[in-house]
Ligand binder design. Sequence first.
Ligand code: UDP
Length: 484
Amino acid sequence: MQKPHVALLSSPGLGHLIPVIELGKILALHYNFKVTILAVTSQTSQAESHVLKSAISSVVNFCDFLDIPPADLSGLLENEAAVVERLCVVMRETKGAVRSVISNMTHLPSVLIVDIFGSECLSLAQEFGMLKYIYVASNAWFFSLLLYTPILDKQVQGQFVDQKEALEIPGCSPVRPEDVVDPMLDRNNRQYQEYVGVGMGMVKGDGILVNTWEQLQYRDLQSLRDENLLGGMLKVPVYAIGPLVRAPEPPTSSTVELLGWLDQQPSESVVYVSFGSGGTLSYEQTVEVACGLELSQLRFVWVVRRPNSGRADSAYFSIGDGRGRENDDVSNYLPEGFKERTHKVGKLVPQWAAQATILRHPSVGGFVSHCGWSSVLEGITNGVPMICWPLYAEQRMNATLLAEELKVGVKPKVLPAKKVVGREEIARMMRDIMEGEPNPIRERARELKESAAMAMKIGGSSFTALDDVAKQCNESLRHVHKQN
Ligand code: UDP
């Protein structure tokens, strides 16, 4: 019997590709579908291309992997164009290449799944008669704001960040003006209009897949399904299929060494510090993090990057600095003598660490995270409490969700991307999540770990939702056969 062929399209950035690969793996391994991953690639550093290769090699035995080089954008983008504008332009301009890749396939896919920046390409699904889904690799509250932004665009006068009241989204928690996603920070920036366009594109699929689970975000998911709330705008089913998280990659020699060190540390005693695939700190902030770690006297593993000169997302598209500097000596931008003073209690990893492997190590008991959603899920599924340190994209919303609603972490008093978080506060937050028995934040992290596992097990809410999607995919195949 012929099996469904699902094409998954990922926009540039490891943070986009990794969740798409995980979804592809499940569809291939669990449902035995033919899966082709279409990855629009961006320039990557040496360390990241290692991760990319290892992510691809973890999947090539089950999925086809096609690299789609982005179109030539010279002349289309200013040097300082923001990340969302870049992503939208890249995806729009690459649509022709995606069409020709699909039309040249001998076994035409019957299903197309795109990430939120790929909705332009959903018209291809229409063209080829495919079932079409949007995969939101983030959470349902963020998705609600994205969907509702075109309405807020009409309702709200002036800058969102200057509003006195929180932004109301039907059926969901309001969003504080300072927590809005990056592209909403300045309505005069070109990426804002692109972002409104992304929001409008969310209604173009036959269904939405979200990397969350019912128990975690019941209220937002209900709103997205309720005709009188956001469901009235969306009008298509919403499947909470998460948490889909990355399996640990085969360790490199430096990871093996690090794991050996972790093996010797007491249980839940080490704080892991990382700002995601594209995040960097200013020089001043890097120094405060170092001093905060020293002050806390806790054990740590810190993924250190060269400080940025103004943009926390500077590493995302290799804009300027922060990336491709694997051979940098990290002590160049740390306080003098820091490395030597802390070498017994701390490990510095330049640029990129095997995060999925480190977070599941029993010695790791805390996570200083930029709150990218994949990192959040990796923290939660390992029951690790977090210091929520948002930098860009939707990370401020994620941090608020984690610290204030789910109570699985703490947040600095100031917004890290705007002001420097001081060493005393850093040390205090570390003690908040690491010390005390019982520690309510750690207890909560354990509960959420359990809830995530329940959602994914046979009969669990996410397991069942994925089964429903798989049934639709099988239906799509029958439909295509009928057409033929
Ligand atoms: N990651 C990693 N090592 C690093 C930094 C990041 O393995 O040093 C992985 C991390 O485990 C996660 C992904 O990169 O799977 C980052 O995705 P996330 O959504 O957290 O953040 P973003 O891509 O926005 O930075």
